[in-house]
Write a protein that binds this ligand. Sequence first.
Ligand code: NAG
Length: 228
Amino acid sequence: MLRLIILIVCCVFYQVDCQSVAQQCLTEQIRNNAGNTRQLAIQQSPETTTLNAFRSICSNFDSYIRCFQSRLPGSIDSTDRFLTLMFDYRAMWTAYRGLCSDLNVLATRIRCLLSTPEVRRCYDIFNQGVTQVVNLQSQSRLDEYGLRNLACNVSVQRYQCETQVYSFCDAQAGEIMQSFFYAGVPPTCRDYTGTYSRYTHMYGSGEITSISNLLFTLPIFLIISKWL
Ligand SMILES: *[C@@H]1O[C@H](CO)[C@@H](O)[C@H](O)[C@H]1NC(C)=O
């Protein structure tokens, strides 16, 4: 009882995270966008729960990403501090834009995304990496640049591991999740690890791409204008 009161006091008055930002944002997203009033009525299969979570996110993925954007900086949770190093609004937007456009394809293969011992092994390795990064950060033993590169490696290692598991279940499920994961990392991380996402090419005409396009077209324009 006392623990419960302390928890509530912490949540309400000190805005300390009682859950990680990822949990908070997903819970609120499902609550706000369930669109299905029978959600709570019956116990659902893991497949239905997973698919409904994706559908809630996709019904308004921009608000879901903004939830991360606004809350991550203030969070003291260790997973959140790791996520802050990897968070890129534009990249995450592109990742969900792609995933949500493929949700109907993914829906027929949703059993492939359920938790298995193989996926949990990927998470265990990932969690060790997260702990390592957060420890290095709190001991100031690595600068921001080094931390971001390490967090990038740790994330990409998890995505490779997970993609392998999903691909083994179904090739297309694996491809969709791979495109989703690699679109969601910052562009610098994609370059650093030599990873590629179909979604980035389809939907990722963000700031970085338009700047590089501008830098590319500017010399051509200058050359042409000299001829005129
Ligand atoms: C990330 O992985 C690459 C390739 O394995 C390695 O060369 C690099 O040193 C790693 N970077 C960090 C910061 O661990």
